[in-house]
Write a protein that binds this ligand. Structure first.
Ligand SMILES: *Cc1c(COP(=O)(O)O)cnc(C)c1O
Length: 656
């Protein structure tokens, strides 16, 4: 730690952000000139992206200050008192006030309530209980302070509430005539408050209110002549202060730093809740089929990826059980060490044959198959052309490769070609979902493959929602286009959707698979799938070959369901098992979903970040085993529920 260098030019930088005339965020720094720009940017960002609302008014104030004006103060020592509830917290405050030597304790605590609506602090005479601030609404604002940074310390975009509190308390404690301070944050999620003074230091009290309570406030306790109040206020509002030695572990603060290190989790989770983006788990109490048991109720399942009901298929269960008896549960190693069995090899041969490929290689999940394959085929010198609606696992694979990622408009082959031309010459990979997982539409495969050939780029598709779903016999996208074009170089798919087991695969020629066995880290460094899981997938492929009517049922169901939706006034169209029903608003989508769940329909609402903001939707996933009657009734109920929610929303708006 060192003092700001004498020859540096110093500035005070302050930011205040409001949204609809309420304060959302504020901050201030004392910094060197060279840091002004980056701090200003980070403070602007904080104001614009605050969880309480994006600011519509930001005041950024920059003032040159002189080194000689600055008072350096040592940070107050910090201690923490753990209390079980707010009552105990305030008892603790009362005890500390007495310790400081203050008499009229209950009255002071009572007066604290009055600070809740104030912007600044109350300045209170501890003898007369007279309020000394000139403007009782505004209160006193202690400003012009910061903590001393280490040389080269990184600017954090996160607000450090804790550090800022110590700095403020330290400055206040050193103001002439001030004998103590009590503070409680107005952040509804932050219930820890403090009492501080030069005598007792900075005492954190872990609970001064209940979670969710937006009340907060601050009192400065004054013990001095009335004629000297001006001096105190001037110190609080104008004296430039830099607090030294804040929060160093060697000062005995390591436990607080440790407690503080995860506080961003609370803030992020609160933001997600507020923006209707919070996710939580639901639990099923039955095997997955067209009907499931949820919270003791029979539900029609409209959200499963088990499109062909392979999960409950008796042949799949039987064969998997047999292999389980023979091989036991786990595989005991990665494929290259001890985790390779006849069962694994048999599945790979089966997949290769089914997909008309020379070879196949199985990964532990579809997610890992994409990550490992993309990262093996592209490196930092590559350009990856990726559809804007590609699955998250493709996106993550692209990032892992560290190549240049070029996003093209959804299924727009003209945009793709334009972007390829802009990047030529390049070593590149084109990658796309075959069936898009949230929209249920199908890649323009012939054009995609032709572009790859024309520009010498590797082509890769993800058939997670294509295999077992499209093509006359469920072979996927190539069959869907009647084998009329060349196949892509790399065909990836999952064993977890229509196949009803788990795992992912990649098909290609011998070279491609040989290369992956040697280079794909997600294959090399992970224990292989259990033989029983692999057996389930194998048997599902056998069934698919022998009973193509399963696929026909699924395709008929899609057509029928879309017809029914349209009959009920809902625009819907799909050739796959995925039927998106766009709602738009995240809150409304969640509400529609909740009401449908109450009515016995298990259905998912898909929101940002899975789809774009304002594009929230219901995503219906159909199964071969849904009956026409079930689908007819479901379409009607879905249409009615959407209408109800939209109608309620309009009424709410009209009332406002
Ligand atoms: C589900 C999915 C994956 C991931 O597969 P898992 O086996 O669930 O890990 C990859 N790509 C797409 C398009 C998917 O829908």
């Amino acid at each position: 730690m060192k003092e700001l260098e004498m020859d540096k030019e110093l500035y005070s930088l302050k930011m205040r952000a409001d949204c609809e005339n309420t304060h959302v965020s504020g901050a201030e720094k004392i910094i060197e000139k060279e840091d002004v720009k980056s701090y200003a940017m980070s403070l602007l960002k904080r104001g614009l992206e605050h969880p309480r609302g994006s600011a519509d008014f930001i005041n950024l104030k920059l003032e040159r200050i002189e080194q000689e004006e600055i008072l350096y103060l040592p940070a107050l020592p910090i201690s923490t008192v753990d209390v079980k509830d707010a009552r105990e917290g305030w008892e603790e405050i009362a005890a500390r006030l007495k310790e400081i030597g203050i008499k009229r304790v209950p009255e002071i605590i009572e007066l604290f309530q009055k600070t809740h609506s104030m912007r600044g602090a109350m300045l209170l005479d501890i003898h007369t209980l007279e309020r000394l601030e000139k403007d009782e609404k505004r209160g006193i604002r202690a400003t012009y302070m910061d903590w001393e940074r280490k040389k080269g310390e990184k600017i954090s975009e996160e607000k450090n509430h804790f550090l800022e509190a110590i700095v403020l308390a330290t400055k206040v404690a050193h103001a002439p005539g001030i004998v103590g301070e009590i503070c409680m944050s107005d952040d509804p999620d932050y219930v820890t408050g403090y009492i501080s003074s030069k005598k007792i230091g900075y005492v954190r009290i872990t609970k001064l209110k209940e979670v969710g309570n937006p009340a907060g406030g601050r009192i400065f306790l004054y013990d001095g002549e009335k004629t000297d109040v001006e001096k105190t206020i001037a110190f609080l509002e104008k004296q430039k202060v830099i607090v030294q030695n804040v929060l160093l572990p060697e000062n005995g603060n390591s436990s607080i730093m440790d407690e503080n290190k995860l506080s961003f989790l609370d803030h992020e989770l609160a933001r997600l809740r507020k923006e209707n983006l919070y996710r939580s788990l639901k639990r099923l109490d039955s095997a997955q089929g067209s009907h499931v048991l949820w919270q003791g109720r029979d539900m029609l399942m409209l959200a499963s990826n088990s499109y062909l009901d392979m999960i409950s298929n008796p042949r799949v269960r039987e064969y998997s059980k047999k292999v389980l008896e023979e091989y036991g549960a786990g595989s005991g190693g990665s494929r290259l060490t001890t985790g390779n069995t006849r069962i694994h090899e048999q599945l790979e041969e089966k997949i290769a044959k089914f997909k008309h490929a020379k070879k196949a290689i199985v990964f532990n999940t579809g997610y890992v198959a994409n990550l490992a394959t993309i990262a093996a085929f592209a490196d930092k010198d590559s350009v990856i052309f990726s559809d804007e609606l590609n699955h998250a696992s493709i996106i993550d694979g692209c990032r892992l490769s560290r190549g240049k990622i070029v996003i093209y408009a959804h299924n727009d082959m003209e945009d793709l070609e334009r972007k390829i031309k802009e990047n030529l010459p390049c070593k590149g990979l084109m990658v796309s979902d075959a069936v898009f997982s949230m929209d249920g539409d199908i890649l323009n495969l012939p054009k995609f493959v032709a572009l790859g050939k024309k520009y010498g780029l590797i082509t890769m598709i993800d058939e997670a929602h294509a295999t077992g779903v499209i093509g006359a016999t469920g072979q996927g996208i190539w069959e869907h286009f009647s084998f009329s074009c060349d196949q892509p170089d790399i065909i990836m798919g999952t064993l977890s959707k229509a196949i009803g087991s788990e795992g992912g695969y990649v098909c290609g020629d011998e070279r491609i698979v040989e290369y992956l066995i040697n280079k794909a880290r997600g294959y090399i460094f992970s224990t292989s799938l259990s033989p029983a899981t692999v057996a389930a997938a194998y048997e599902a492929f056998c069934i698919l070959e022998e009973e193509p009517e399963l696929v026909r049922n699924l395709q008929e169901n899609t057509k029928f369901f879309c017809d029914m939706l349209r009959e009920n006034g809902i625009g819907a169209d799909s050739e796959t098992a995925i039927v998106p029903i766009i709602i738009g608003d995240e809150g409304q989508a969640v509400l529609v979903q909740e009401r449908l769940m109450e009515k016995g329909y298990y259905i998912s609402a898909i929101r940002y970040p899975t789809v774009g903001k304002g594009q929230a939707r219901l995503r219906v996933a159909l199964m071969a085993s849904h009956t026409k009657e079930e689908l007819k009734e479901a379409a009607k109920t879905i249409a009615e529920t959407i209408e109800q929610v939209k109608c309620d929303h309009r009424e709410d708006k009209a009332r406002l």
